[in-house]
Write a protein that binds this ligand. Sequence first.
Ligand code: FE2
Length: 198
Amino acid sequence: MTFKLPELPYAYDALAPYMSAETLQFHHDKHHLAYVDNGNKAMAGTPYESLSLEEICKKAFAEKNAPLINNAGQHYNHLHFWQWMKKGGGGKKLPAKLQAMVDKDLGGYDKMRTDFVQAGVTQFGSGWAWLAVKGGKLEVMKTPNGENPLMHGAQPILGCDVWEHSYYIDYRNARQKYLEAWFDSLVNWEHVESMLPK
Ligand code: FE2
């Protein structure tokens, strides 16, 4: 497949004050666009072109294709990152099926939140914090750079970008504050549940 930059599903200023219009303009218009362009260049004329984005992520990781691990991975991650946020998001009211899995596998909402924020804080350098389903169970994960849970045999259902380009304008170096505000005020739990394996 050819990668294409999607439109943001909301206005640039919709997520303020938790994520500013300036951050979204740089993050979406410059950073995500670069992953799209560099991913397309890395795939040109290769068998990757005929695969789905999910298949590209897995194959690139299996073949240690660094340009595609990072650029296809980041295209996948950002496509969903925009959807994992909404104006008026966050809060403890989760859709029922998701809530049941959080209670069963992650010790309830408060423990999940603590563990997710901790995963993001302890990811050294750039990367992502995740909720992902592996072997039918929900897990908190973290990955470096452009990697994602697809590359580690899991289905991501929520990811938070902890690259500095996602928070430095609004939070400077306070990564934990960003993660907490993101989790409490931006997460689109309906999109999270929609990504649960059927
Ligand atoms: Fe990013």
